[in-house]
Design a protein around this ligand. Sequence first.
Ligand code: GLU
Length: 482
Amino acid sequence: MEKNQVRTRFAPSPTGYLHIGGLRTALYSYLYAKKTGGKFILRIEDTDQNRLVADSIDNILKTMKEAGLFYDEGPDVGGDYGPYIQSQRKNEYLKYAKILIEKGEAYYCFCTKERLENLPDEKGARKYDKHCLALSKEETQKRIESGEPFVIRQNMPTEGISSYVDAVFGEISVKNEELEDNILIKSDGMPTYNFANVIDDHLMGINVVMRGTEYLTSTPKYNLLYDAFGWKRPMYIHMPPIMRDKEHKLSKRDGAASYEDLIEKGYIKEAIINYIVLLGWSPKNDREKMSFEEMQQLFSIEGINRSPAIFDEVKLKWLNGLYIKEMDSDKFLHLAAPYLDKSKVAGKYDYVKLAKIIQGRTEALTEIPEKVNFLEEFDKYDINLFENAKQKSSIENAKKFLPKIIYVLQNISTWDNASLYNVLTDLAAQEDVKKSGILWITRIAISGKESTPGGATELADLLGKEETLKRLLFSLDLLNKV
Ligand code: GLU
């Protein structure tokens, strides 16, 4: 480990899926490490065996890579401080718990569930009464040897105040009398989060701990452990919660709480990361859209807010739209193709042309099918759509010009957007009418829709000569019936 090098970590529990809050912790930890030339570590906290969900470790590793948050050390990439999965470090924790017991900072506890449940209920919270602290060494040894189940508890001070300075929230103090003698090692031999996070952060050389505010007030307990071992405390950076609205935290039920949820909703990776970085942090100039590289340069602890961040999907969508508009057309085509395949136009048209028409008009990829389905939904429509004074179009003009439009398109030599545009504007000039009128009439006559992505000639190009002429004749028929 290089001296003074920043080492941050993301320490998710594999309980199902990667929440946006977790992803933000990972992102900020990554950015801070990169910005300072430090290292970013991934550690899996799986000591709560009851909460484990199958496949979630793989899911976390996959999501981190997909999101571009490459860790320097972690379960599948290795490193000098592994293993990086807590369940594989089980013996380590017991060893350190025993050191604390020797120092009088921890003790074995044999209290039964019944006894704990009947402890006096002080202010609504049952606090452990240090009952087993009084046991002699000999008795403790005898009970362990006889196979009695035990836990190991932290021996909290009962007087005084513990405090520390959080880089975002400032000085945090708690009265020691309020601290419960936390369990460090459970009866199954596994450490609790409260213990394992300290041991691992120390052993892995983590000197900057970034996590959510739910740990703000339990951190003094962890500091007491650092102090008991004589270890240097890390710098703490706690981040505000992510809310659905003023009162509610963003939860799984909201359908937009995980990275996968957002991908599923048609948001692209770059926009998701860009949006998440803004949930609780802003650069000095309040810039919103920024590349991953820019984030690495701009990120700073001073820019982290104390107030809760509200997840605003409208804003995410807007940002996503910007990313889509500005991306290169090949990339958009690649992203759009699976959605085109799910639409009514699947396999029917030239996807390159289709993608070009919708790229600037798409905010979320999931909108793609509804943006192109109209191409396949041509049927009887309301001919009043031809009435549009602003575009210099009317039913009367449509009746008059549609046969001429059909004639020039039947005789066109090349069927592409530019040639179609040329012959239709030439026709407008010959007839001494505004070209917008001719184009409007053509577009309504081949789409039957008031608004479509793509103009008349782009659509005609896409539909091809045969289909375009078929639709124009159908529309002429419709007009002639009135
Ligand atoms: N495993 C903890 C969690 O998922 C990590 C908290 C921390 O970063 O220390 O909430």
